[in-house]
Design a protein around this ligand. Structure first.
Ligand code: NDP
Length: 268
């Protein structure tokens, strides 16, 4: 079965759709004739993205700060009113980190957890009644290879991405009997604005690109791979370069070897 057959007319809600992976996923889903709902904070940028999608009039911009519960509830009401159902929720909005533990304030620790863990939890709990009553749909979480490994300069980020992975595993077990499916995607390095926006220890954006991200996968290539994996019903999707895939493999075979590899790897 092709992705086209699976996705035509499906309602796909993507958070963090104003940039990077979310924008690339929006383009890829729209190209397969899905109806995309684009959410992020910057409404003008979302509108610009919508205009670049195939058949812009089919898609909907619903601005929300995912850390703001009132925004999320309001967005959910708007989506239900306009579309009446949700076939895919892609929890993608996120924020990375570039700071050593010793330099990261508690306020920054909490800010990263808020965006990368609690927001995804709240968003999913808010829309879950729709999935349960439909008895269908797929909830997707964009975690990270960092959440499978734990690396320098990304302690809180790795922890948040690991936490959402295991929360998603519990969700999958709880909602399977309702016909609702759950997938977790673990991207490696993909070329986006993630390192510009990553927080330093004081909670300010780093403001510059990292070489690993600059040399990472192309976001459109990432999106194509994810769409194919979701169309096949995959639940555990690692998308990255050879180095990240090797790290994931070693993490399963030998934690001791993994820790040694990570100590020697330059991740910033
Ligand atoms: P970008 O920084 O390019 O995009 C981040 C997106 O998240 C933007 O659309 C931003 O929109 C949105 N966002 C951030 N905070 C909020 C918020 N409070 N409310 C609503 N939207 C928000 O990064 P990526 O595209 O790379 O990141 C997307 C996801 O992929 C993240 O979860 C990230 O952790 C994950 N990831 C990325 C990797 C990579 O190498 N690129 C590797 C592994 C995981 P706006 O500013 O308009 O609100």
């Amino acid at each position: 079965m092709t992705t086209q057959q699976n996705l035509a007319d499906q309602v796909v809600w993507i958070t963090g759709a104003s940039s990077g992976l979310g924008e690339a996923l929006a383009k890829a889903f729209a190209a397969q004739d899905a109806q995309v709902i684009l959410t992020a904070r910057r409404v003008e940028v979302l509108e610009q993205v919508r205009q670049t999608l195939k058949s812009p009039e089919r898609h909907l911009v619903v601005a929300a700060d995912v850390t703001n519960e009132a925004d999320v509830r309001h967005a959910y009401a708007t989506v239900l009113e306009q579309k009446g159902r949700i076939d895919y929720l892609i929890n993608n909005a996120g924020l990375s980190q570039r700071a050593l533990i010793q330099d990261t304030t508690m306020q920054t620790e909490r800010a990263i957890m808020e965006v990368d863990y609690f927001s995804q939890v709240f968003f999913t709990k808010t829309v879950l009644p729709t999935f349960l009553s439909q008895k269908s749909g797929r909830i997707v979480f964009i975690s990270s290879v960092a959440g499978l490994l734990g690396t320098q300069y990304r302690a809180t980020y790795s922890a948040a991405k690991a936490a959402i992975h295991l929360w998603a595993n519990s969700l999958r077990a709880e909602v399977a009997e309702y016909g609702v499916q759950v997938s977790v995607v673990f991207p490696g390095f993909v070329k986006t604005n993630v390192s510009f926006n990553a927080l330093n220890g004081e909670g300010k954006p780093q403001g510059h690109q990292d070489s690993a991200i600059e040399n990472g996968l192309d976001a459109d290539e990432f999106a194509q791979t994810v769409l194919q994996a979701l169309a096949e019903g995959q639940e555990y999707v690692v998308v990255g370069g050879l180095k990240e895939k090797l790290g994931v493999l070693v993490s399963r075979l030998s934690p001791k070897l993994l820790y040694k590899m990570i100590r020697k790897t330059k991740v910033k």
